[in-house]
Unconditional design. Structure first.
Ligand SMILES: [Zn+2]
Length: 230
């Protein structure tokens, strides 16, 4: 009987050592980079063969939404990082990504906040949160949804509100709308999630890099307000 006890003890010791390492690893990986509550996933809409809105300027230049989205997303990420907030790009380059690929790229890094950038076809900023079906009357609809967004919907609304205020302050003459509509990408996100449509290329000059910078500052302010409230 004795050797068996020894073997069991060795296995038990090895298990305890493994668990200790796991605990240390989990703690260090959590504390690496930014503090919890401050990692923002920034998604640039469209990409690859999907141009989004295409606008022809009077001088014959073509502005594609996918490029403007990417430039705004990049400006947001660098502005957030400069202010000490962690941020990463869901679509870092000009390539096509479907909704599942985007959702997987987001979930892989467990961000604390998700923002998807698009352009609108009007001169307004449009802010969207997904509409989560309420109650049991919508049971069928309920099961059509990926329910990852459900626990975060109030926080999503909170970030949308912070974003709306920040935009109104920085762009006083520009219309801002807020809507809740079914958004399959946002449904798949397990974090507060908002989609922002910036004014279309007929209204904002996206050839001027300062435009993306101004929008980035507005978003960074909203993130700061949102994080302070949590
Ligand atoms: Zn778009």
């Amino acid at each position: 009987m004795r050797p068996r006890v020894k073997v069991t003890n060795k296995i038990l010791s090895a298990f305890i050592v493994c668990m200790a390492f796991m605990t240390i690893w989990v703690q260090t990986s959590r504390s690496a980079g930014s503090s919890p509550g401050e990692i923002v996933a920034v998604d640039a809409g469209h990409g690859g063969y999907d141009d989004g809105i295409v606008y022809n300027t009077r001088s014959g230049q073509q502005i594609k939404e996918k490029d403007a989205d990417l430039e705004i997303a990049r400006a947001i990420i660098s502005t957030l990082r400069a202010g000490g907030t962690g941020a990463f790009a869901v679509r870092p380059i000009d390539r096509y990504m479907d909704l599942s690929q985007r959702a997987r790229a987001v979930q892989a890094k467990s961000p604390d906040l998700f923002l998807s950038i698009h352009l609108s076809s009007t001169g307004a900023f449009n802010i969207y949160v997904t509409s989560v079906p309420q109650g049991q009357d919508d049971l069928k609809q309920f099961y059509l949804y990926s329910n990852r967004q459900r626990p975060y919907i109030e926080k999503s609304r909170g970030f949308a509100q912070a974003l709306e205020q920040s935009i109104r302050q920085a762009f006083p003459g520009v219309n801002v709308s807020y809507m809740e509509i079914p958004l399959p990408l946002l449904d798949r996100i397990g974090a507060p999630a908002v989609m922002l449509e910036c004014p279309g290329p007929a209204y904002f000059n996206y050839r001027d890099t300062n435009t993306a910078g101004r929008i980035a500052q507005v978003v960074a302010n909203a993130v700061m307000v949102f994080n302070a409230k949590r």
